[in-house]
Ligand binder design. Structure first.
Ligand SMILES: Cc1cc2nc3c(=O)[nH]c(=O)nc-3n(C[C@H](O)[C@H](O)[C@H](O)COP(=O)(O)O)c2cc1C
Length: 394
């Protein structure tokens, strides 16, 4: 039996928390509820108490509650803290570290994993402030579910609906499942993002890599126990929890950071490293009559260098972003660079910067094509495959 502390916020979807309690109880979990002041305008403590068969907590300032069970204790007794529905207001207060009521005080005081299921009007959800708060919370290690899309109680249509209670219950089960820390004791090096190659002090050559797939892989490896060093080019992404991040700008700096991060048991080189750098001008190039010619020099080949390095990681995985003949180019790249696996993807569509990826895993045993998956699922699957490979006798 697992113990879920369920915080019910003040949204129209609070009624779905009632069904969620029923589903969690059916799965054998104990549920204890905290109802915010806002939440109490939508469901009553009596309903939650009857469904959870437990006391419902509503106030930070209840002398009797505080004497029976201090609020810190309440937040730590649970195996998981769930916020459903998570209002825009709760997400904002959580992201800012505000503790001005029982719910937010518990959330700040807890040492347990937190899962939030947002529910709000589509404009509230897509507002820059909410998106910023969600990004902050995810960076802090909170699991924030994506809301569903559909018709809303307010008459508008779009993203912001609370996922159906069985989907929230399934996410809760995933969060409660004991994670097998298969890579514990292993060091994995990951590179991600683009590199920027200066033309002069204000201009640079770059590419469209967002770093999202590499960051997801670093996070997935850390989730199953690896010590992860993530060497990242210039991106605007939060560092996944449990990952050590080294920020670099150019391919040369990335090569040096990779060298410094060795030894490693495995390396996953996801970064889109610029093939060429420019003989950078020391001062800003002025606009003249004729456009200047850029003289390009080849950058160090970080992937091939690592594959022949005296401290070569046992497993070296490269990425191949191609726009044509994806499989042929990837298979040839695997052999040419001397790496173990190539993860090939077709970047002719909206892959760069998008949420999903269709990849092919090219190994010495052949090619495995994975269906189109969220980048987080690609990452989790690849992390498990890396754990399989490192568990094989060498
Ligand atoms: C009828 C009504 C429906 C509301 N629905 C939502 C909602 O679905 N999501 C949301 O974030 N806020 C919603 N709000 C606004 C919140 O109730 C308000 O921000 C409140 O301060 C939230 O309190 P809490 O975050 O402490 O629970 C609604 C307000 C009203 C009056």
């Amino acid at each position: 039996m697992k113990r879920v502390l369920l915080i019910v916020g003040g949204g129209i979807a609070a009624y779905k928390a009632c069904e969620l309690i029923r589903l969690l109880r059916k799965r054998g979990h104990a549920v204890r509820c905290v109802l915010t002041e806002g939440g109490s305008h939508f469901v009553t403590p009596m309903t939650l108490a009857a469904l959870s068969e437990d006391k419902v907590y509503t106030s930070l300032w209840d002398l009797k509650d505080e004497a029976e069970m201090g609020h810190i204790q309440l937040s730590r007794e649970a195996d998981l803290v769930v916020v459903a529905p998570a209002t825009a207001d709760l997400l904002a207060r959580m992201a800012a570290g505000v503790a001005d009521d029982l719910a937010t005080t518990l959330l700040l005081a807890t040492d347990k994993p937190v899962l939030a299921a947002p529910a709000m009007n589509v404009r509230m959800w897509s507002h820059a402030a909410t998106q910023r708060n969600v990004a902050t919370l995810r960076g802090d290690g909170v699991t924030v579910l994506e809301p569903d899309e559909g018709a809303m109680a307010c008459g508008e249509y779009g993203a912001g609906r609370l996922p159906e209670p069985d989907a929230v219950a399934a996410a809760i089960d995933r969060a409660l499942a004991p994670v097998e820390r298969r890579l514990s004791g292993k060091h994995v090096l990951v590179t991600a993002g683009p590199t920027h190659e200066p033309i002069d002090p204000v201009r640079y050559l770059a590419n469209r890599s967002s770093g999202r797939q590499g960051f997801a892989i670093a996070g997935a490896l850390a989730d199953i126990g690896a010590r992860v060093t993530l060497v990242s080019g210039p991106v605007t992404l939060p560092t996944p929890s449990g990952v050590t991040r080294v920020d670099v700008e150019t391919a040369k700096q990335m090569a040096e950071a990779v060298e410094r991060a060795l030894p490693a048991d495995a390396a996953v080189m996801v970064a889109a490293v610029a093939d060429w750098r420019v003989d950078a001008a020391p001062q800003k190039v002025k606009k003249g009559s004729a456009p200047p010619a850029l003289v390009l020099t080849e950058n160090p080949d970080i992937l091939a260098g690592l594959a022949r390095h005296p401290s070569r990681p046992r497993l070296v995985v490269g990425f191949a972003a191609e726009t044509e003949q994806v499989l042929e180019y990837a298979a040839a790249k695997r052999v040419r660079k001397g790496v173990d696996w190539i993860v090939a993807n077709d970047v002719s569509g909206d892959v760069m910067g998008g949420d999903a990826n269709t990849v092919h895993l090219v190994t010495a045993n052949g090619i495995e094509s994975w269906e189109r998956l969220p980048k987080s699922t690609v990452a989790a699957r690849l992390a498990e495959r890396i754990a399989d490979a490192l568990e094989e006798p060498s």
